[in-house]
Write a protein of this length. Structure first.
Ligand code: GDD
Ligand code: MN
Length: 381
């Protein structure tokens, strides 16, 4: 990363201001074209942070406007150190920026907040104090506990999307998110020692979710906050961010092999739909049902391949050409069917099993084999 700015904001400054004192805080603020907000933000932070709380502010900036210059100018009136990491080649979006900041931050406490004043700076000392009071590793500023609200979530559409996302996320991680009423919040304090930056794979906006699921903080506290209107400019979130969020959920949920196998199975089940539709179409067009079965199966295979490429093994596609992956995947999927029959014959003939349990067992066995084969033969480097 290139660190920009003059004097106060230089390279050496960033290292030397890293504060390891107990109770000290680094405020990490991701910015993407927020030139019109940073002055007011730093002003309110200055007003809010008491002089007894050692504080430094670290902007991680992916802007294409004059945000770094606006920060440098506004920082001159700040009593605490302000640094900027500017990324010329941003990866991971908002979450990637925050992780970049986590690597550089040295204080015992790290507060992450937005630059647009939707997160009240006055709450920063309170978040840290709540952590110190309770031995919590993570303190979440929540819109969904008594005293909090999402007043600044503009429009019924955004409220509905936010509610659905919260509900889905909590359903997917009932244990890891226990005690977090607002896993979609972008405003929180986390203890430096609870963060293992190397294991993180941020993808888009939901950096709190990433930290809560992958770092497993021991204890979580919550503080209510009112999500206000933006001070200036507009949200940087796009429809594309919604797709990223779903991929992020899948990646977090399928981090373990059993969970991946489960997802693989669920995707496989959805493949019956195109398979049966194709069978219906082909036999309807006059094709004999046996060749039609074989052709229709390829529709299911293609569907499964697409979903698996887009969702499950998205990050493991690079080491093989796509045509190679298609070939191997299709081979495994069809071998599954071919293997099933002799396996059933073996279970019934040699082991004396009933036909139905034998079939179920054979399906299970070929499924596990197909999953293991797909992981190792198609998607392993
Ligand atoms: N460095 C960097 N890179 N910063 C970014 C990027 C990026 O790609 N995208 C957005 N930001 C910065 C913005 O400049 C802002 O400071 C902050 O991240 C939040 O971006 P907004 O665009 O204002 O987000 P929002 O208001 O739609 O969403 C906020 O509220 C949601 C809850 O409804 C965020 O806090 C979300 O995390 C939160 O879920
Ligand atoms: Mn915002």
């Amino acid at each position: 990363p290139r660190r920009t700015g003059d004097g106060e904001l230089g390279d050496a400054e960033l290292e030397s201001t890293a504060l390891a004192e107990p109770g000290a805080v680094t405020v990490i603020i991701p910015t993407f074209n927020e030139a019109a907000n940073v002055r007011e933000l730093l002003r309110q932070l200055t007003e809010s942070v008491p002089s007894r709380l050692p504080c430094e502010v670290l902007f991680v900036d992916d802007s294409t406007d004059g945000t770094p210059a606006a920060i440098a100018e506004a920082a001159q009136d700040c009593p605490f150190p302000v640094a900027v990491i500017h990324r010329d080649e941003p990866v991971g979006g908002l979450g990637g920026a925050v992780v970049e900041g986590l690597r550089a931050a040295g204080s015992e406490w790290i507060v992450v907040m937005d630059a647009d004043l939707q997160h009240p700076p006055s709450l920063v000392p309170e978040l840290v104090a709540a952590g110190e009071r309770t031995t919590a590793d993570l303190v979440v500023a929540s819109r969904y506990v008594d005293g909090g609200s999402r007043a600044g979530l503009a429009g019924g559409y955004r409220v509905a999307v936010s509610r659905a996302a919260t509900w889905l996320t909590k359903g997917l991680f009932p244990r890891r998110l226990r005690g977090i009423s607002d896993p979609m919040s972008g405003f929180f304090a986390i203890r430096r020692g609870a963060v293992t930056a190397d294991g993180l794979r941020p993808l888009g906006y939901k950096i709190l979710l990433e930290l809560a699921v992958r770092c497993r903080p021991q204890q979580v506290a919550e503080v209510p906050f009112v999500f206000r209107d933006r001070f200036a400019g507009e949200s940087k979130s796009t429809a594309r961010e919604g797709g990223r969020f779903l991929r992020h959920l899948v990646e977090l949920r399928t981090a373990s092999a059993p969970a991946r196998m489960m997802a693989f199975g669920l995707i496989g089940l959805t493949g019956f739909v195109p398979n049966l539709l194709a069978l219906y179409g082909l036999t309807g067009a006059g094709m004999h049902y046996l060749p039609a079965e074989i052709v229709a199966n390829q529709f299911g295979v293609a569907w499964n391949f697409l979903l698996i490429e887009l969702l499950l093994f998205r990050n493991r596609r690079a080491h093989r050409h796509w045509a190679d992956r298609v070939g191997r995947f299709a081979l495994l999927a069809n071998a599954d069917l071919l293997l099933r029959i002799p396996l059933i014959a073996l279970f019934v003939g040699e082991l004396g099993m009933e036909v139905l349990p034998a079939t179920a067992l054979a399906m299970l066995a070929t499924f596990v084999l197909r999953f293991a084969g797909t992981e190792t033969l198609v998607y392993l480097p």
